[in-house]
Design a protein around this ligand. Structure first.
Ligand code: HEC
Ligand code: HEC
Length: 221
């Protein structure tokens, strides 16, 4: 009965609402599609997957469609890397056995789910116009990312090199919108008040360079 009521509601509301319902049903166990009213440390600690309430301001749609059909690991250490660190070894020796592969869907479903995800804009959390590509210096950005600002302690700019406690960024140019890269780098706690990425006091010039560099990274380069 419940299911029929649900189907009817989806039909009446049209295809967009049907896609949202799919998202909630297949994916809602592990992902938040609405900004958590109560973003506690405990919630961050126990969540099964990364938040997607700002997915539309974060991802490139083409990447989503591809990845949902053939997911690859983004966080080498899982959502909470220390839960997969081998006992007795340094924290970032990861045992991948405990990290389940991501569920995959077919092309038609990926297309619909990507549409639904792209509507989740996070209430304006990302200012897409804040990144100004003209003139940002890529090699200065690379230097800032690696040596000067220590981003590689947690992130990988090349597969297999760098930290495992945060998402890889070596395909960030394909995966992420530059405005999101800038917004996250500027203030990670705006996305989750308890996230362990430090908020650095970066100048706008630094932010622009780092964003330009991260947004230039493509898999296989
Ligand atoms: C059993 C839990 C689980 C289910 C069910 C699940 N996911 Fe995920 N999802 C994860 C985990 C864990 C990650 C992080 C993977 C990584 O970083 O390597 C993830 C990552 C993602 C990402 C990338 C997010 C990011 O910030 O990097 C997207 C997009 C995504 N999932 C969409 C979906 C969709 C759409 C569905 C439903 C078809 C779904 N997921 C079902 C656990 C789940
Ligand atoms: C102490 C570890 C740490 C350091 C150092 C760090 N980050 Fe992060 N970063 C994180 C964590 C943790 C996340 C979010 C984790 C998640 O979504 O699962 C994150 C997320 C990001 C994201 C969003 C990626 C995505 O897929 O959603 C970007 C962009 C980013 N960091 C850039 C940087 C830059 C640039 C620097 C250097 C100025 C940096 N980070 C330094 C831990 C770190």
């Amino acid at each position: 009965m419940k299911f029929i009521a649900f189907l009817l509601a989806a039909l009446v509301a049209g295809p967009a609402a049907a896609a949202d319902a799919d998202l909630q049903r297949q994916c809602g166990e592990c992902h938040a599609f609405e900004k958590p009213a109560d973003a506690t440390l405990d919630r961050l600690w126990t969540r099964k997957g990364p938040d997607l309430w700002y997915a539309g301001a974060k991802f490139n749609r083409a990447w989503l469609v591809k990845w949902l059909q053939k997911p690859t690991a983004i966080r080498a250490g899982g959502v909470m890397w220390f839960k997969h660190a081998k006992p007795g070894e340094p924290r970032d020796t990861i045992d991948p056995a405990g990290i389940a592969p991501h569920p995959s869907v077919d092309a038609a479903a990926a297309d619909k789910l990507a549409d639904a995800l792209m509507t989740l804009t996070g209430g304006g959390i990302v200012d897409a116009a804040a990144f100004k590509p003209e003139g940002a210096n890529l090699s200065m950005g690379k230097l800032a990312f690696g040596k000067l600002r220590g981003c590689t302690a947690c992130h990988q700019e090349k597969p297999g090199t760098g930290g495992v406690s945060a998402p890889e960024l070596y395909d960030a140019g394909e995966r992420l919108q530059p405005g999101y890269v800038l917004a996250y780098t500027k203030n990670p706690q705006a996305f989750d008040p308890h996230i362990w990425m430090p908020r650095l006091e970066l100048t706008d010039v630094d932010l622009q360079r780092i964003t330009a560099y991260v947004a230039s990274l493509k898999a296989g380069e």
